[in-house]
Write a protein that binds this ligand. Structure first.
Ligand code: MN
Length: 202
């Protein structure tokens, strides 16, 4: 599938003359490691969109409660349509009445590496997603360490569980969604982006 084909569901849901979201037409320069981003999105319901760069697009999951750093906590992650690479640093307001209408901020961004093992071999991210079991190591501003994705239901929108792996970055005492609510790019909260207010500067 070409990048254009992969982004078709994304493009069909949006009118780019009406939304500030990117259309996916401009190329992005490749960094050494693939990127990940988690966008906090206040739409009909507040949720966190977790996206992983895979072959030139952002594979995406909506995580209603956001990620946890506690390995005993399982979080639902619902697969959504691939997004264009330029979406990674999108932050702003999506106009009312349109798909996903609401406010988006970049909650975390960084690079990741695929650590999925299958019989001592590293499985490619695409194969891992196909097989329904993906392990990644995140190097974000907020999230670090191993995270595991396990698909438990295949349907129009596949359902996965997102779980922090047991490693030195696990921290059951910290709930990053609560302790670090704002944008890693601008420092703004959803409310500040929504009202167009910038934080007080001295
Ligand atoms: Mn969303």
């Amino acid at each position: 599938m070409t990048k254009k084909d992969r982004l078709k569901p994304y493009c069909e849901k949006r009118d780019f003359t009406r939304t500030p979201e990117p259309s996916g037409e401009s190329p992005r320069s490749d960094s050494e490691n693939p990127i990940f981003v988690i966008q906090k999105h206040k739409a009909r319901n507040l949720h966190y969109d977790l996206r992983l760069e895979v072959n030139g697009v952002l594979k995406s999951w909506a995580v209603p409660k956001g990620p946890s750093s506690d390995p005993s906590v399982k979080r639902l992650a619902v697969a959504t349509e691939d997004h264009p690479m330029e979406y990674a640093d999108f932050e702003g307001t999506i106009p009312g009445g349109k798909y996903g209408a609401g406010v988006v901020l970049v909650w975390d961004i960084g690079t990741y590496s695929n650590i999925t093992q299958n019989q001592d071999q590293t499985l490619s991210v695409e194969s891992a997603i196909e097989h329904g079991h993906l392990n990644v190591w995140l190097e974000g501003e907020k999230l670090k360490g191993g995270y595991s994705f396990v698909r438990f239901r295949r349907e129009a929108k596949d359902q996965w569980l997102l779980v922090k792996m047991k490693d030195e970055e696990a921290d059951p005492a910290n709930d990053p969604v609560v302790s670090q609510p704002n944008s890693v790019l601008s420092g703004l909260s959803l409310e500040e982006i929504e009202t167009g207010e910038s934080p007080a500067t001295s």
